[in-house]
Design a binder for this molecule. Structure first.
Ligand code: ADP
Ligand code: MG
Length: 233
């Protein structure tokens, strides 16, 4: 599903540059649930943004679902992004003046679906995350956990092959974090491939594989016994 070989990325700083990714090799099969760990500044988001086609590598190979991702036009990249990928962020990135349902329906607008169909699909996914009753509420009226659930519903709306999450529990308390992880585990059990960037050990342990980044290379890459996310009540 995802093949990365000898990937490099630098950022220019003044006259010099910062070499952030120094030859990353990563293969991910369909159905995996992978944690990408590493200390702050180790390049986790840089890697995820390249995988998510929000940014481009300087060197190396990236193949997503058999499609080589390189030198795509902005338009083509947008089409692939919308078709293949769903994103979840630490800060939810919901649109403040749109209600929960409208937020979930938005990616479907870019797919050119008719309004009625968009609403139908958005309702289905809101229900899946347990928030159908909150459809008409604005993000400001939702808790952090509820906002992240709306963001997950939005990411799922276009039925992506790969779900990418950058510190999805970083802004949530432990109970809510585990609740979100339990939901991601459920999605993974239903077959969704998921990559989660985190620097929290307990969150990484809830994945099936842990990849550790250090100084721009993968230091460790292990399949682990997945800890079930349970929510104490
Ligand atoms: P992480 O997500 O692991 O904390 P990042 O991938 O965000 O790390 O950043 C890796 C390094 O690259 C950091 O030193 C960061 O300051 C730098 N960096 C990230 N994005 C940019 C950018 N757009 N321009 C310049 N430097 C950047
Ligand atoms: Mg980051």
């Amino acid at each position: 599903m995802l093949k990365i070989q000898k990937l490099h990325k630098s950022y220019p700083i003044g006259d010099s540059s910062l070499h952030v990714l120094k030859g990353i090799d990563l293969f991910v099969e369909k159905g995996e649930m992978v944690a990408i760990m590493g200390s702050s500044g180790s390049g986790k988001s840089t890697l995820l943004n390249i995988i998510g086609m929000l940014d481009e590598a300087d060197e190396g190979k990236y193949i997503l679902d058999e499609v080589p991702i390189k030198n795509l036009t902005e338009k083509k990249a947008a089409v692939y992004r919308n078709k293949f990928l769903g994103f979840i962020f630490q800060s939810f990135n919901l649109i403040n003046y749109k209600n929960a349902l409208e937020n979930v329906a938005l990616p479907l607008y870019y797919q050119g679906l008719k309004r009625k169909k968009r609403q139908e699909i958005a309702k289905f996914h809101l229900q899946k995350v347990g928030l159908l009753d909150w459809a008409t509420h604005l993000p400001s009226e939702l808790s952090g956990g509820q906002k992240q659930r709306v963001a997950i519903a939005r990411a799922l709306a276009s039925n992506p092959k790969l779900l990418l999450a950058d510190e999805p529990t970083g802004a949530l308390d432990t109970t809510t974090s585990y609740d979100i992880m339990a939901f991601l585990q459920q999605l993974n059990n239903e077959g969704k491939t998921i990559l989660i960037v985190t620097h929290e050990k307990d969150i990484a342990a809830m994945c099936k594989r842990i990849v550790r980044l250090k100084d721009g290379v993968i230091m460790e890459d292990n399949f682990v016994k997945q800890v079930k996310a349970t929510v104490d009540v």
